[in-house]
Design a protein around this ligand. Structure first.
Ligand SMILES: Nc1ncnc2c1ncn2[C@@H]1O[C@H](COP(=O)(O)OP(=O)(O)O)[C@@H](O)[C@H]1O
Ligand SMILES: [Mg+2]
Length: 290
């Protein structure tokens, strides 16, 4: 290659001895790799099931450091949005995270792009210990035999995740006998060792005790400082305590968005949550709720 001081090149612009063009390139390239600011950007997302439109043109932007709650009545489309982001439901529109286009990619590629989710029912291996569950989540490259063999050392990332979710003292406990809340924390830990930078949590505190909710909220706030976190939730008290912003969905559309206070003061939200549709003109009888 003969890239030496062609007119207009960094070397020609800066002149001799002022700044190394290679160094300049390194600096210019840095924001991509070192200072990347991940965020989730959803535009005009649509999902339909046999003609029934479950998600109807949703726009959603969630930045790192934001703890976004997604709320709405049953059937509003919350889980379907998470499914669409993670490749489990076919959708149109666009979903980008960290500059990567996710829509249309298979689930494993989406996971590799740093996107992780939990389900409404925890999906951990009951017979395996906390440590083994985390090991398996971390060890895409390691063989199953190695994973199941008793081990002396715990990898740093696994130890850190276990500490973050508060399960270090239960490392050797089979996941099956964990309390409900602890299972959810284990699942979150599994996302952390997979290095998920976008965490989508579907009703993580459902069925939890008050004390577990409190701990979960604090855990999510800690995680949310470094990562992008979206929490689907019903519990209004939990929302008031921990959400930094809220998106309210209704019938597949964004009804309202803002801080907890803003959303609570929105008459449309009050109507959807308190009116049970009774005061609405649109009694089309199209409710698909169970
Ligand atoms: N696989 C599916 N097939 C058909 N309809 C579905 C499917 N998944 C969800 N729906 C419908 O889409 C709507 C949104 O569902 P969902 O996203 O689960 O709501 P939410 O999580 O907000 O309670 C509901 O009316 C539901 O019945
Ligand atoms: Mg749901």
């Amino acid at each position: 290659m003969n890239a030496e001081k062609t007119p207009g090149s960094p070397a020609a612009i800066l002149g001799e001895g002022q700044l190394d063009p290679d160094a300049l390139e390194t600096v210019l390239a840095a924001p991509e790799s070192r200072f990347r600011h991940d965020y989730l950007e959803i535009r005009d997302l649509r999902v339909s099931f046999d003609g029934f439109v479950a998600v109807d043109g949703v726009d959603l932007t969630v930045t790192q450091g934001d703890l976004r709650f997604l709320i709405g009545p049953n059937g509003a489309g919350k889980t379907t949005i998470v499914d669409a982001i993670t490749g489990l439901a076919a959708a149109t529109g666009s979903v980008r995270f960290g500059g990567v286009d996710l829509l249309g990619k298979p689930s494993h590629r989406i996971a590799r792009a740093g996107v992780g989710r939990t389900f409404q029912t925890a999906s951990v291996f009951d017979e395996l210990t906390v440590l083994q569950n985390l090991d398996i989540a971390a060890g895409a490259g390691r063989g199953m035999r190695t994973l199941l063999r008793r081990r002396s050392g715990v990898p740093d990332d696994v130890a850190a995740a276990m500490e973050t979710v508060g399960l270090t003292h239960l490392a050797a406990t089979p996941a099956g006998i964990l309390a409900h809340g602890q299972k959810q924390w284990l699942e979150i830990g599994m996302l952390l060792v997979q290095d998920a930078h976008l965490l989508l949590l579907d009703e993580p505190v459902a069925g939890m005790s008050q004390a577990e909710r409190e701990e979960t909220g604090q855990l999510l706030q800690r995680i949310g400082e470094q990562r992008t976190v979206v929490v689907v939730e019903h519990d209004m008290e939990f929302l008031r305590s921990f959400a930094s912003s809220v998106t309210v969905l209704h019938q597949g559309r964004v009804l309202s968005e803002g801080t907890v206070a803003e959303v609570q003061a929105d008459p449309r939200v009050v109507e959807v949550y308190l009116g049970s549709g009774s005061a609405r003109a649109g009694s089309s009888g199209s409710s698909k709720e169970a």
